[in-house]
Design a protein around this ligand. Structure first.
Ligand code: HT7
Ligand code: ZN
Length: 859
């Protein structure tokens, strides 16, 4: 297959002024009539080429006249009309089979309901259309269906509805805002609805409706409250007001992604919408709030202003992630949010940047755009916006945003046009900054310092370099904002944060008036997405760990100390004195009255095994890392046993459940204590953990008790898992947790158990949530067992990829990444991983999605 290239972009030579769609819904034979009012806008006599795949074409007319077979051509991907008038109405009628659609893109069925997923290129499996984001059209939609599907929903405003002959009925929707086809949505089914309203800053009342499976309405109230918070926040933080009279969200169980921002009709994976204390964890509540906000924020960053082509995906995704992260920081506390965001960035995006799938935030070619919904586009895309704000300052940043919204409203635009708004409003030349979009790879920054006591001068030496990535052998320097502050050896603040802009390969900065030998606190708040190395000694890190007023760096110091101890032990050189010192310092941090429980919970979480793999300088040995990490956990659990048990008791709440950040922080700390105590499972701790699990009255506490018991293994694990299953067998979202927790079991027999679970009657490979809960969770979060020296873990994953690829290529492709990292592992493991990739690559009928990732992983 030929790649699509940014350099080949050409505007579509026709405008589709209006799009009228009529759906006659039927599970296996839905008819779609499309009437497109078309006007030629390009020069010459270009043919009309529309996208269309897996469509049974029934008729084509122009201005009501049926076209004869020699007036058009149809192949597997297009409908071409070589000669057309300059202005005309093209009408096509097609038949599609939603019931057979297990790819979950286009129009498909989930739980007896019709729903759509059109981003990025699903609309072409619904009707013939120029399925590209720069063709904006005004849509009106008529849906006809059986009475058994009482709700018939689409974008915009409901303008008519009624019954038809027999048992059928219809609804008519009009969306006044021109939109690209990827934002089209349709839902039809039997649903319960939760209703509310929001008054916008200009005083308009907007009806809010969330549609869920019958009986689930009470689980939608948290999402509804989150939506109202997001609407208000966007008015205050960005001056953005909602534009339609109605905003709807629908929850569906079978969904390839988290959620989708269709204009006025968001569709959500039910795991990111439904929550109550009994069935959802605090992490679920937190994600629901963030994703509801993210999809809502797309109404401006994505819908009102969309992307000219899919290479500009970060324009809407990076900016919208930045907006949702800023919202979550305001809702839940900036430090804790930043730590969580950086942890996710490192785990997912840094890993991507360090492997064969590394690509720029704005890539220049792709085979399948579905493969580019990556951590790089989303998370690094957000970091770029964050740096832009740091470099320009909050005020100039907001002015640039205002200009962007005003100038490009109603357009499909580019990253260049976005940056131009900031150049214009700030007066700063941002041409070097643009390299952040074009260059892949995580820059390595080194910072060393010299202190001249006599002159009271501190000299900072900064350097940057970026290792080659596929297709980019040489790299240029990037403008990197490095936020630095100084502490005294005793932990007092010597100098507040200053941002040094490192925009060359190397630079030196002199700071005068530094009266004492300082401890450097660098890259405060993680001011840039880089890997920082400094010449700090462990004693400096202990100063930061106990006293840095920048709490991000306080956490970071603890992580770095722990990481170095684990890596030393994994390399066969344990530092037992250092481990004791670390445990002691951690204990001090945990009794700091001024620190919030949520922050303490983060201090207590050691670097994860996947993160350690990434940080190993040698090719990684996952089992050695697992054992070294466990050794540090055991030491902490023993050294701090009394304190952990005390905190575990103190953090227990007897009152009513609250999803607030404060209450969630207490639960997080209690669960982190439980997790640590499971490393030392003597009778007293075991009894405590069993008690924790059995007494839990909300899902956060239940999972917080269950996972330690699974780690301990034996009878306690079996009893707890079977009690959990018996309680929750009828709740799909909770059952996903049951699968996922077992896939993360660190005990050596886990692979057999995971394979056995694929034969469990509740394992549904056609449901992406269930598949990810078992298969992805095992491959990504259980490295010590996935990387079994026999290669059985790799074989298992490859078999799953091949099975799923037959019906859902997008989801199959998302499973490839753990194998793609083969170069990072010891050579015997790497060879076995490679072997499985090769086995997949030669498989007949592989999808383009999997082929692209497997091929890139092998080269
Ligand atoms: N913009 C949405 C992306 C999305 C998606 C992409 C490919 C395949 C299926 C998908 N479902 C949703 C979601 C978002 O970023 O908000
Ligand atoms: Zn998004």
């Amino acid at each position: 297959p030929q790649p699509i290239r940014l350099a080949d972009y050409r505007p579509f030579p026709f405008a589709i002024e209006t799009t009228r769609l009529v759906f006659d819904l039927s599970p296996s034979a839905t008819r779609v009539r499309a009437e497109l009012a078309i006007r030629r806008t390009g020069d010459g006599d270009a043919p009309l080429v529309l996208n269309g795949e897996r469509l049974k074409l029934l008729s084509v007319t122009i201005d009501g006249q049926a076209l004869s077979a020699n007036q058009y051509a149809v192949d597997a991907e297009h409908l071409t009309v070589p000669e057309t008038p300059d202005q005309f109405v093209l009408t096509t009628e097609v038949e599609i089979d939603p019931l057979a659609n297990k790819a979950l893109t286009g129009l498909y069925m989930s739980g007896g309901r019709f729903c759509t997923q059109c981003e990025a290129e699903g609309f072409r499996t619904i009707t013939y259309f120029p399925d590209r984001p720069d063709v904006l059209s005004r849509y009106s939609v008529r849906i006809e269906a059986d009475g058994g599907l009482p709700h018939l929903l689409s974008n915009g405003n409901l303008v008519d509805q009624g019954s038809l002959d027999g048992a059928r009925h219809f609804a008519e929707w009009v969306d006044p805002f021109p939109k690209p086809s990827y934002l089209f949505a349709l839902v039809a089914g039997d649903l319960d609805v939760v209703t509310d309203s929001f008054v916008t800053m200009s005083g308009r009342e907007v009806a809010l409706k969330i549609f869920v499976d019958p009986g689930q309405a009470s689980r939608a109230t948290y999402a509804l409250d989150s939506l109202k918070r997001a609407m208000k926040w966007d008015e205050e933080a960005f001056g953005r007001e909602y534009d339609l009279d109605l905003f709807m969200i629908v929850a569906v169980r079978d969904f390839n992604f988290g959620a989708m921002e269709n204009k006025g009709l968001n569709i959500f994976n039910s795991s990111l919408l439904l929550a109550d204390p009994e069935t959802a964890t605090d992490a679920d509540f937190e994600r629901i709030e963030a994703v509801v906000a993210h999809e809502y924020f797309h109404n401006w960053t994505g819908n009102r202003i969309t992307c000219r082509d899919w290479f500009q995906l970060c324009l809407k995704e990076g900016f919208t992630v930045f907006r949702d992260q800023s919202f979550s920081a305001d809702m839940r506390g900036a430090v804790v949010q930043r730590i969580k965001d950086v942890r996710a960035l490192r785990a997912r995006q840094f890993a991507e940047d360090a492997g064969p799938l590394a690509h720029p935030v704005r890539p220049s070619s792709y085979l399948k755009i579905d493969n580019f919904y990556t951590a790089t586009i989303y998370e690094k895309g957000s970091e770029i916006i964050r740096m832009l704000k740091t470099i320009l300052g909050a005020e100039a940043f907001r002015k640039g945003c205002d200009l962007y919204f005003e100038r490009h409203d109603g357009e499909a635009t580019t990253v260049e046009a976005f940056i131009a708004c900031f150049t214009e409003t700030s007066g700063q030349d941002l041409s070097d900054f643009f390299a952040w979009y074009e260059q892949a790879g995580t820059p390595a920054v080194t910072l060393t310092s010299d202190y001249d006591a006599q002159a009271s001068v501190l000299t900072l030496n900064l350097r940057q370099s970026t290792a080659p990535t596929p297709g980019q052998p040489t790299k240029r320097p990037l403008p990197i904002p490095v936020a630095i502050g100084l502490l005294s050896q005793g932990g007092e603040s010597l100098r507040d944060t200053e941002v040094v802009l490192l925009d060359k390969d190397a630079m030196t900065v002199r700071w005068e008036g530094v009266a004492q030998p300082p401890v450097l606190s660098a890259l405060r708040g993680f001011s840039a997405p880089v890997n920082l190395t400094t010449d700090a000694r462990p004693s400096d890190r202990y100063v930061l760990f106990s006293a840095d007023p920048d709490l991000f760096n306080r956490w970071e110091a603890g992580q770095t100390l722990a990481r170095d101890l684990i890596l030393a032990r994994a390399a066969g050189a344990p530092d037992e004195v250092g481990e004791e010192r670390y445990a002691e310092a951690l204990g001090q941090a945990l009794v700091d009255e001024a620190a919030e429980p949520a922050f303490k919970a983060l201090l207590l979480s050691l670097p994860s095994e996947p993160d350690l793999t990434l940080l190993s300088e040698e090719p990684a040995d996952p089992l050695a890392l697992h054992e070294a990490r466990d050794a540090l956990r055991i030491r902490i659990a023993i050294h701090l046993g009394d304190l952990l048990r005390r905190l575990h008791g103190e953090m227990q709440s007897s009152g009513e459940f609250s999803p607030s950040a404060e209450a969630a922080g207490r639960r997080a700390l209690r669960n982190a204590c439980a997790d640590m105590l499971s490393a030392d499972p003597h009778d007293e701790n075991l009894t405590r953990l069993v008690g924790h699990y059995e007494a839990s009255r909300n899902m956060t506490d239940m999972i917080g008790g269950l996972y330690p018991l699974v780690c301990i293994g034996g009878e306690a694990r079996e009893k707890a898992l079977s009690a959990f299953y018996d309680t929750w067998a009828a709740e799909p979202l909770v059952l996903d947790k049951w699968f996922s927790i077992q896939s993360r079991d660190p005990n050596p027999d886990v692979l057999d158990r995971v394979v056995a679970l694929t034969r469990h009657p509740a394992f549904e490979p056609t449901n992406p949530n269930r598949l990810r809960a078992l298969v992805s969770a095992f491959a990504s979060f259980n490295p010590a067992r996935f990387h079994d020296p026999s290669g059985a873990g790799y074989r298992f994953l490859a078999d799953q990829i091949l099975t799923v690829d037959k019906f859902n290529p997008m989801t199959a492709a998302r499973l490839v990444e753990p194998l793609g990292a083969w170069r990072r592992y010891k050579s015997d493991l790497g060879a076995l991983m490679r072997q499985e990739l090769e086995r997949i690559a030669v498989h007949p009928d592989l999808s383009k999605n999997v082929l692209e990732l497997v091929t890139k992983s092998l080269t």
